[in-house]
Write a protein that binds this ligand. Structure first.
Ligand SMILES: [Zn+2]
Length: 601
């Protein structure tokens, strides 16, 4: 048994999240975490909202609120959405907690002490008319990489590249249109080249990574440059060095603070459990390779942060880059075991776009459809290793043909037949070869499905689980227990239904990581009592260090069914079942398409 860290990408709190976001990191990390817990591992699943940086400041300015107020609004929306999907975070927090600030500053100081953070003179913008610093977000111009005319001083929203203000072609102030003047100013840089060798060696020892992720990561090492980790911005974590701490115009860059969230959230979780050192079981490098494993889930645009930059921060803090050094108070820290990156989801052939209304937000989706219907689609047809298109027609087809007609129908007909004929789970008599064969298919599923989830091949895993369902449906059709009604046939009917219900129970366990809401219902239909699939809850908590209160996602996941076949007990009372899944009317395809924005011309 291992300590398994499930480190899930941090959604940015500048708006509600759409289903493309949760298909990349949210659902796959939850499937993995649920399975690992069921298999007996100690899982710590952490994340939170990413709340600093220019885009939040810009939007807050536009909305006439403070960045904190904007972040408060969307932190809550996102917490509620992830709760609705049943994502079983041990802690889903945010980057504006005082705990997070303290851990970010501790890493900054440790890296600085070990020589991996260097001050450099760069060009900063000032307004010629006032002589004041112009923060990055107030400078706009043409992107030198893609030619987009609305690029900002720290990033181009069109091509996604990070920029420095002086790289912009035709820079201008967004306040009054004047051309900024560039003067020398100091910023801090992370000395990434000092980690090239250590990261290269670590990547060489990686096994089982998706090949494209490993190749992409290796290529990044070819051209490592020192990277700016502070900006001209007021919204962010203060720089924890003398002479800098109290400066209102310089902050730590948002990417530097957000990636540290995995660690700060683990520390916060431990502090909230009453054992403040408990996080070390998932992070202490002394345990690496033995029993502490870390899996990081994200979309492919974030690979660089997890396979190069985050390892660099961990190595530098631990004193293991070219310049050596000594670890700080947090000790030597584990590098990721695996970076699990998914590809992109598109919608009806187009890139998700809020402005063009090519989007469906998680909240709107959950108002109209069940969480498990979306979870099923993402697992069976999501962007696991290829860019994938979400279409409403395919969503409805999979829901109706696979969930309802396949799995739902198996549950419904086997439970209702047993309830009607026996009122309880009937006892099995002597088993035939056919009985033993279908039971064996279900038992084997625990090995095949489990191994596939452990290797992040969830599409194949849910395919195997649904194959058990198909075999059971075939078994029922062939055995036709509804025909076995005479007194003479009754014992055989009991046996067939007992076998069918046992396979339903096993298939339900195999599907539990994917479909936790319906798995709980099926468990109860089979007479189960108590928690089968534990669910997260939203809790309003105080900031541990005196900041404002906020909502978190957390839960008790020590309860629930294990990853094994549990023999059904004959005589357990059964009631007539209610349908577990909802069949969707094909007209919803037209309705949803009508909600989407028009042509993107
Ligand atoms: Zn660009």
């Amino acid at each position: 048994m291992s300590h398994v860290l499930a480190a899930v990408a941090w959604p940015y709190a500048n708006g509600p999240r759409h289903i493309g976001h949760v298909s990349g990191f949210g659902v796959p990390s939850d499937v993995f975490s649920r399975y690992m817990r069921m298999a007996g591992h100690d899982v710590l699943m952490v994340s939170g909202t990413d709340e600093h940086g220019t885009p939040i400041q810009v939007q807050a300015d536009a909305d006439g609120v403070t960045p904190r107020q904007l972040a408060d609004r969307y932190n809550r929306v996102i917490v509620e959405d992830l709760h609705g999907l049943g994502l079983s975070y041990d802690l889903f927090t945010r980057t504006t907690t005082r705990n997070h600030y303290a851990i970010v500053q501790e890493l900054f100081e440790g890296l600085h002490r070990n020589g991996y953070i260097v001050a450099r003179t760069t060009l900063g913008a000032i307004s010629p008319s006032t002589g004041r610093t112009l923060p990055d977000r107030y400078i706009e111009g043409t992107c030198p990489i893609c030619g987009y005319d609305g690029a900002r001083g720290d990033q181009c929203d069109n091509c996604g590249n990070q920029l420095d203000p002086e790289q912009l072609v035709n820079p201008r102030s967004r306040i009054n249109g004047e051309t900024p003047q560039f003067v020398e100013t100091e910023h801090f840089f992370l000395d990434l080249p000092a980690f090239a060798e250590a990261i290269g060696g670590w990547l060489d020892r990686r096994e089982n990574w998706r090949p494209n992720v490993l190749k992409f990561s290796r290529n990044l090492l070819d051209d490592l440059q020192p990277r700016a980790i502070t900006r001209d911005l007021e919204w962010g974590v203060p720089i924890p060095l003398d002479g800098w701490r109290d400066r209102a115009d310089k902050r730590i860059y948002v990417w530097f603070d957000a990636v540290i969230g995995y660690l700060s959230a683990s520390v916060e979780w431990a502090r909230r459990t009453g054992d403040p050192e408990a996080w070390r079981q998932w992070w202490s490098a002394d345990a690496q390779g033995k029993d502490a494993l870390g899996y990081y889930f994200m979309g492919k645009d974030n690979i660089v942060f997890h396979s190069v930059i985050w390892p660099a921060l961990l190595l530098g803090y631990s004193g293991e880059g070219d310049k050596a050094g000594a670890p700080g108070d947090l000790g030597k820290l584990n590098l990721p075991t695996e970076v699990v990156s998914s590809e992109y989801l598109t919608m009806e052939g187009k890139k998700f776009s809020s402005s063009r209304r090519v989007v469906i937000y998680v909240r709107d989706f959950l108002e109209r459809y069940d969480a498990d219907a979306l979870r099923y689609f993402i697992a069976a047809a999501g962007p696991e290793s290829n860019d994938t298109d979400f279409t409403w027609a395919e969503f409805v087809r999979r829901n109706n043909d696979e969930l309802v007609a396949g799995w739902g129908n198996l549950v419904n007909r086997s439970v209702s037949m047993a309830a009607k004929n026996f009122g309880e789970i009937p006892a099995a008599g002597e088993l035939t070869d056919e009985d033993r064969a279908v039971l064996a298919v279900a038992k084997t599923g625990f090995t095949t499905v489990g191994e596939l989830i452990g290797k992040h091949r969830q599409k194949a895993a849910i395919g195997e689980a649904m194959r058990v369902v198909a075999e059971a449906n075939k078994y029922l059709s062939e055995q036709a227990p509804w025909k076995l009604k005479s007194d003479e046939d009754k014992p055989r009917q009991a046996t067939v239904l007992h076998v069918a219900l046992q396979v339903v129970s096993d298939a339900n366990t195999l599907l539990t990581p994917f479909l936790p809401h319906s798995a709980q219902k099926v468990f109860e239909l089979l007479g189960g009592v108590g928690v089968h699939a534990p669910m997260p809850r939203i809790e309003e908590v105080e900031d541990l260090d005196g900041g404002p209160s906020y909502p978190i996602l957390t839960g008790d996941y020590t309860v629930g069914t294990r990853w094994e076949s549990v023999p059904l007990v004959a005589g357990t009372p059964l009631a007539a079942p209610k349908p577990v899944f909802r069949k969707l009317d094909p007209s919803v395809v037209e309705e949803e398409l009508a909600r989407l924005g028009g042509e993107d011309s």
